[in-house]
Each structure stands twice: as C-alpha cells, then as structure tokens.
Design a protein around this ligand. Structure first.
Ligand code: ADP
Length: 194
C-alpha cells in the first residue's frame, strides 16, 4: 500500500507516519529526515540544505525530487509500500512525482490531508515559545516555525486542489488527539487483517 500524508508543519504527520509504518509495514519516507541525515553527514547537498531549512524555507525542488524518486524505486520500498511524509511540498514536486509513478506504473492508494486550523498552529508555537526560557535561539526557532506555516499555505496547500480534482484526496481532522487521528487514518485505510 502506498500513501501520501499531507498536512502543515506541526500537525503531527511524522508521528502518524511512524505509527502507520509500525502497524501496516510500509516504509516511511520523510524528506525532512532524509535532508537532516544529509546535513548530519556533512555532504555538499546537506550543507546547502541546512541554511534553507534553518530559515524555514524549502530546499530546491530538484534536490528533493532526486532523493525521493530514487528511494521510491528501491526494491524494499517497492515490496513493502511507502508512506510519503513531507513530500510533495510544491506543485512541481507533485507533478514530478506523478510522472515517475506513471512511468514506473506505481499506484498511490491514499492521499490523506490532516486538516489543521492555521490560527491554532500559531497559538501552539506562541505558547511553546512563552514556556521556554528567553533567548535569541528561541526567537529564531519561533520565527522559523511560523515561516514554515506560511510556506505551507503558499507553496504546499495549492497541491491539495490538484489531488482533490482528481478525486484522490481524503481529509481527516488533524486537530483531534494523537490517538484519535490514528483511528481516523486507520478508518480510511481499513483495518489490517491481523
Ligand atoms: P515538519 O515535520 O516540521 O514539517 P520536516 O521534517 O518535514 O518538517 O522538514 C523540515 C525542513 O526540511 C522543511 O522546513 C524544508 O526546509 C525541508 N524539506 C522537507 N521536505 C521538503 C520538500 N519536499 N521540499 C523542500 N524542502 C523540504
């Protein structure tokens, strides 16, 4: 089973993707994790990505598209299926993904949007910042988180109507508790036999 999980930063996509991976056995493909691994490894790509990520901006499409589309075609991912978490994040990425999926005859079973109220996300960030000790790093972090939400609204959310028009989008309430969100996701996917 192949799944795309969509939703703004801070909506809990990563947590849910890990839960689905554990329960259903597909492989979680998180572009955020892949990029952080490149940053930690100190590769040239990682060094370039780091500044962009620290600002809350998106890494260039060709960089991300390259790493994801390579990985999708690996044998383990082909066998077990995948959960894309954090990709696609732009309309161009969605189009490139579709091209490869069509070419390789790979189907996506579910595209699921975790819908979250943007104002609430901003409130959560403010609350977290207020609870932390003050200092420049905290402020930077708060600004980066806010920037990511704006980037989601401007660059990622426009993908949703693209999938919806094709009748491929399921939407669940991402504001519910973590367990409740998991249950909603499982309801969309259908419970596994075991
Ligand atoms: P979050 O879970 O908070 O949304 P991620 O771990 O998915 O964050 O991503 C962290 C950062 O990595 C993003 O803010 C962005 O800079 C970069 N990134 C991740 N995925 C992509 C992508 N598909 N395209 C461009 N940049 C990406």
């Amino acid at each position: 089973m192949n799944i795309i999980l969509m939703g703004p930063p801070g909506c809990g996509k990563g947590t849910q993707a890990r839960r689905l991976q554990d329960k259903f056995g597909m492989i979680q493909l998180s572009t955020g994790d892949m990029l952080r691994a490149a940053v930690d490894a100190g590769t040239e790509m990682g060094l370039k990505a780091r500044t962009v990520m620290d600002r809350g901006d998106l890494v260039p499409d060709d960089v991300v598209v390259g790493i994801v589309l390579d990985r999708i075609q690996d044998i383990d991912v082909q066998t077990r299926g995948f959960i894309l978490d954090g990709f696609p994040r732009t309309v161009v990425q969605a189009q490139k993904l579709d091209e490869v999926l069509i070419e390789k005859q790979i189907g996506i079973n579910y595209i699921i949007e975790m819908k979250v109220d943007e104002a609430t996300l901003f409130e959560r960030i403010e609350k977290r910042a207020a609870e932390m000790a003050d200092g420049a790093r905290v402020d930077d972090n708060t600004e980066t988180l806010k920037k990511r939400i704006v980037v989601y609204r401007e660059q990622t959310a426009p993908i949703l109507p693209y999938y919806a028009r094709a009748g491929r989008l399921d939407t669940i309430d991402g504001m519910a508790s973590i367990n409740d969100v998991t249950m909603q996701l499982e309801a969309v996917l259908g419970n596994p036999a075991t």
